[in-house]
Design a protein around this ligand. Structure first.
Ligand code: CMP
Length: 139
């Protein structure tokens, strides 16, 4: 089915001017960028976004990292977009990521791993709604 997923190009990637390079990997995989904006996340937004991880030991560092520089938030559309984008990103830890994936190509570490993608269609809806209103998404 045609799905939408939520993507973040993280601060480690924007800092190295990799937005276009990452978008090229996304588009070459057949995913369409139907919404996109470059923002500075607030601490509150980052804490809300990652609330599911708040008991994890890395939560504080993760939030600090996500507000350390600009991010690019995106909505991606395509056949099986949620699973496809997770494939395109590669494993969370770049050490385990397959050749050609965004994290293998660009990530610096498990934290500074260049990209986020939703892990389910339900979470995609919640994540998209946190950052985009309906009229900002143009399919
Ligand atoms: P993401 O897909 O955005 O979802 C949660 C994020 O937490 C993950 O990517 C990583 O950036 C980060 N993360 C996961 N595990 C660790 C870890 N062990 N140490 C630091 N950060 C982590």
């Amino acid at each position: 089915a045609i799905e939408r997923t939520f993507s973040i190009i993280k601060p480690d990637a924007t800092r190295r001017n990799l937005t276009g390079a990452i978008n090229a990997v996304i588009e070459n995989a057949g995913l369409k960028i139907v919404a996109q904006k470059r923002i500075r996340m607030t601490r509150e937004e980052a804490e809300t976004f990652y609330a599911v991880h708040k008991e994890r030991p890395f939560f504080g560092e993760l939030v600090a990292f996500m507000i350390s520089g600009p991010v690019v938030v995106q909505v991606l559309e395509g056949e099986n977009a949620v699973a496809k984008y997770r494939e395109v990103m590669g494993a969370t830890n770049p050490a385990n990521a397959a050749e050609g994936t965004i994290r293998k190509l660009f990530a610096e570490s498990i934290e500074a791993n260049s990209a986020h993608g939703s892990d389910s269609t339900d979470n995609a809806k919640v994540e998209i709604a946190q950052f985009f209103s309906g009229n900002e998404i143009v399919g």
